[in-house]
Design a protein around this ligand. Structure first.
Ligand code: PGA
Length: 272
C-alpha cells in the first residue's frame, strides 16, 4: 500500500487526479470506478483542467459509479429526475466538462422498480467490460466504502443497503440541508457496489481529507480488518493500492513517519 501525504486538500486532489490521468494515458480505453461525496470534488476539478488544458482524452474511457440513492437517478438523455442524485452530481462535477461518451457512463439506476435486477445487471456489466482498472474511493465518517455501512460483509456484492444514521447525518449536512430538504425526505436506502465487488478492481485509490476523517482513516489503514469499518478491506487488496491524504486526515496514523520515509525513498530511486 502506498500512502501519500499532502499538505492541503488541493494537493491531495492534484495527486489523486494525476494517478487517474496516468491510468487514462497509459490505457485510453480503461475502466474507471468513480465515487461521489465532498472529497472527490477537487480531484474531478483537476481532471477537468487536465482535459481542457492538457487534452486528457476520455473518449474511450468507461466509468462505473459506486452507488446511487434508491429513488433518485437521472437519464442522461433527459432533464434531471431529482437534483440530489449521484448521477446529477457526476454530470455536474465531471461528465459535462469532459469528452466522455454517454454510453460509457454507468451509474446504478436508483429509479428502478426492480432493484435486485439492476444490482445483478450492474455486476454483469462490470464483468462484461473486463473489470475495473482503477477504483476511486472516499471513506465515510463511519468507515464505509461506497454505502457499505458497518456490518456489511467484506465479500458483499452490489445490492440495496439501508443507510446508517451517521451517513444520513453527514450527507444531510453536506448536500440535502442546503437544498432545502427536510431530513425525513432524504433517501434512506441506496444501491451500492459491495466490498467484494470493489476489491476486484485491479487498482484502488482512496482519498480523504480533514481532521474529521483522521480517526477512521487510521482505523481503516492500521486497525483490524473488520466489517464495522468496511474500508479496512483495503488491507486485503492484492493489487495496486494508493491512499492519498491531506495532513489532517493523516494526523492519527501511528506509522506516519514511515509512510513519509517510504514515499521519499521511492522518489529517490525512481520507483514512484
Ligand atoms: P464525503 O463522503 O466525501 O462527502 O466525506 C465520503 C464517503 O462517504 O465515502
Amino acid at each position: 500500500m502506498d500512502i501519500l501525504i499532502r499538505k492541503t486538500y488541493d494537493e491531495m486532489s492534484k495527486t489523486a487526479a494525476g494517478i487517474i490521468a496516468r491510468m487514462v494515458r497509459s490505457k485510453p480505453d480503461c475502466v474507471l470506478g468513480l465515487a461521489t461525496g465532498k472529497t472527490p470534488v477537487g480531484t474531478y476539478k483537476e481532471l477537468v483542467r487536465l482535459h481542457q488544458e492538457e487534452g486528457l482524452d476520455f473518449s474511450q474511457v468507461k466509468t462505473f459509479n459506486l452507488d446511487e440513492y434508491l429513488g433518485l437517478g437521472m437519464d442522461l438523455n433527459k432533464p434531471y429526475v431529482l437534483d440530489q442524485s449521484y448521477a446529477r452530481f457526476m454530470y455536474e462535477e465531471l461528465f459535462k466538462h469532459i469528452n466522455i461518451k454517454k454510453e460509457n457512463i454507468h451509474i446504478p439506476d436508483g429509479c428502478t422498480k426492480e432493484p435486485e435486477k439492476i444490482c445483478q445487471a450492474y455486476e454483469a456489466a462490470i464483468k462484461e467490460v473486463g473489470g475495473i482498472d482503477l477504483q476511486l474511493l472516499g471513506i465515510g465518517g463511519d468507515g464505509h466504502w461506497a454505502f457499505n455501512e458497518p456490518g456489511s460483509s467484506l465479500g458483499s456484492r452490489t445490492r440495496v443497503q439501508a443507510l446508517a444514521k451517521q451517513t444520513l447525518d453527514d450527507n444531510y449536512e453536506s448536500f440535502y440541508a442546503k437544498a432545502g430538504f427536510e431530513r425525513k425526505d432524504m433517501p434512506h436506502f441506496a444501491i451500492t457496489m459491495g466490498i467484494g465487488t470493489i476489491l476486484e478492481a485491479r487498482n484502488i485509490l482512496m482519498i480523504a481529507n480533514g481532521i474529521k476523517k483522521a480517526e477512521v482513516v487510521a482505523q481503516a489503514i492500521e486497525g483490524p480488518i473488520n466489517s464495522q469499518i468496511t474500508a479496512s478491506a483495503i488491507q486485503l487488496h492484492s493489487g495496486g493500492v494508493t491512499v492519498v491524504l491531506d495532513q489532517e486526515a493523516a494526523s492519527k496514523l501511528k506509522n506516519l513517519e514511515h509512510y513519509i520515509h517510504v514515499e521519499k525513498l521511492k522518489k529517490e530511486y525512481g520507483l514512484s
